[in-house]
Design a protein around this ligand. Sequence first.
Ligand code: SF4
Length: 427
Amino acid sequence: MTRTTPGEAFGGFAATTMTEPRLFRGTSHGPLLDFFDHTATHGQLPTPDLAALISWCEAAKLAGRGGAGFPVATKLAALPPRRRPVVVVNGTENEPASQKDRVLMGLAPHLILDGAMVVANATRASRVVVAVHDPALAEHLRVAARQRPDGGRLTIETVRGGFVVGEARALLRALAGGPPIPPGRKSLPTERGLGGLPTFVSNVETFAQIALLARLGPAGYASVGTANEPGTTLITVSGGVARPMVAEIAIGTALGSVLAAAEAGPPASIVTGGYHGTWLQTRPEMPLSRAGVKSVGGSFGAGVVMVVDGATCALGELKAATDWLAAESAGQCGPCMFGLPALAADIGAMLRGDLSRVKVAQRHAAAVTGRGACAHPDGAARFVNSALGVLGRELEMHGRHGGCQRPVLGRLPVPHWAKQQGHQWRR
Ligand code: SF4
């Protein structure tokens, strides 16, 4: 991959640090590709045993960065003893509103591979697989792997698939040569994952955080962030902003500072957590942490903030996003396959002024919740319900006039809009 400035390399998303850089350390002039430069920047990589790694993750309250925020220590401890697991690094990033994993893989591939090796060494893993969508990023990671003394243990795989392949079980199925959709039954990867083996699967940023923790130790790691959510994290800010960005922030940074850094216009509302996340009224004082976003009814997800400003038709944005969510159903669970298009049709009717469909949509959302083999319908229902709770004024305008006379500007970057904006969507 050519050494370009981060903003050029990643579809116009500027890589920004709003704290003392950790994940982005040494990347201010472009990707930190060379293994020797990387080691000179970050230092030698410790090799803790499993008990030490679990206790460090516990002490640092390290949570996964893929969306669910699952405690890393719990996942490590769930691996059965005396069986050699597989380690899977999930770099598929199928959330259209998130760019942080692509940017991190591009800028700091060795930090991610370091984290994978820390887990592999601690668990005596038989294989380490890194899964990505983008063939160019896969090649980039292969180049990085070839530079490393431990690179022979790494396999970089390209997987295809839609939104739901980001779900761990769908990814493992795709890696095993199956369809890139979740299996119909619930199963725990830590018990039965890739090739039937216990599997530790987590998001690329989680592995980079593990590499930081191994070097900093729990106390050093917790020197920024909040007491309950130590450390830094990556967020993707897009929508009605002049400067779309992937920013490394100290967890707990106020939303207002992030919006100012992204040069956001006055936001009418925001969406946090992506397309399985929530619409919220903008509260500049809201801390960007799982607890901070949850305290106002939102979800942090994979660190997504989308700004919906007053220039766009917010209901039209909701309709485009819900159409896309419906299209991304894997089509194997009835309530998801039929319920999500019904939800999208309800929003289409509201857009044309039929507010009787608000209650119908709420019924449809309730009917799909908890009825799928994966969390897709629940996430879509949460997204729509929260929008209906926030967009009261817009609904009233559409009810009264059959529209709001604003264009739909594509502030929510579903792939249709993303292509027009030149983002790097690869399926
Ligand atoms: S709930 Fe939807 S997306 Fe998830 S497995 Fe079933 S059909 Fe596929």
